[in-house]
Design a protein around this ligand. Structure first.
Ligand SMILES: Nc1ncnc2c1ncn2[C@@H]1O[C@H](COP(=O)(O)OP(=O)(O)OP(=O)(O)O)[C@@H](O)[C@H]1O
Length: 211
């Protein structure tokens, strides 16, 4: 089992002057699979985006494989180390087509193979905004598989099964929990959470371990 360890120490995140995440301390061993659950608006997405450098208004320490990120080069390294399945695509940004999303993994061939296995190969020429929610999640999962083929050792997935049909949820859970990486998955899907090694819960910006 591969993967990198992830360590957070006294992490706080803000949106403007509002604290969204407070005093988060977390140690995840290399290769562990961690489910991050909790109430809507409790700070899960914000915390994951901070790990990736997509939310910069934070304080504290986040180390991935022992490395911090401060410079643009270090943040670029962080994003290569961490595959990412977002809850929703960034509005108005590239890539626009499925094929461009898959190519952004750094391993377009492997991502395209995964897209075929996940049943969305015929949609790769379509603009992302025309895909259904479940088709888009399948495309992002395929991109993540490509990113891992390209060298990512951590997968951060934000509600990756929320839009999938029942069979798709089972299939995605199998794939996610079988990848040779450290997995942090934000989810409200109890079956997926139960398949992880640890379950953490966020409430009002604070984190606690529940299983
Ligand atoms: N761009 C933003 N600007 C201002 N406030 C924001 C922004 N994004 C999130 N927030 C606020 O930050 C808090 C945490 O939001 P976040 O999306 O991290 O929660 P979450 O736990 O992922 O929620 P959910 O389970 O509903 O996806 C919420 O109160 C939310 O309203």
């Amino acid at each position: 089992m591969g993967g990198l360890d992830v360590r957070m120490r006294d992490v706080h995140c803000w949106h403007g002057r509002t604290a969204a995440v407070s005093e988060v301390d977390l140690e995840i061993a290399a290769g562990q699979r961690v489910a991050l659950t909790g109430t809507n608006g409790s700070g899960k997405t914000t915390l994951m985006r901070a790990v990736l450098g997509l939310h910069r208004h934070f304080s504290g320490t986040v180390l991935v494989g022992g490395c911090s990120a401060r410079t643009a080069t270090e943040w670029a390294q962080r994003r290569r180390a961490c595959a990412w399945i977002p809850q929703k695509p960034a509005a108005g940004r590239f890539p626009l087509l499925g094929s461009e999303l898959l190519a952004s993994s750094g391993a377009a061939g492997e991502a395209a193979d995964a897209a075929a296995r996940l049943g969305v190969a015929s949609l790769t020429g379509n603009p992302l905004h025309t895909l259904s929610g479940g088709q888009l999640q399948r495309m992002y999962l395929a991109r993540a598989i490509g990113s891992i083929a390209a060298g990512a050792d951590v997968l951060i997935a934000d509600e990756p099964t929320a839009a999938l049909d029942f069979d798709g949820q089972d299939e995605a859970a199998d794939i996610l929990t079988g990848l040779p990486v450290t997995l942090i998955v934000v989810t409200h899907d109890r079956a997926l959470a139960n398949r992880c090694d640890r379950v953490l819960e966020m409430a009002a910006g604070r984190l606690r371990e529940i299983a």
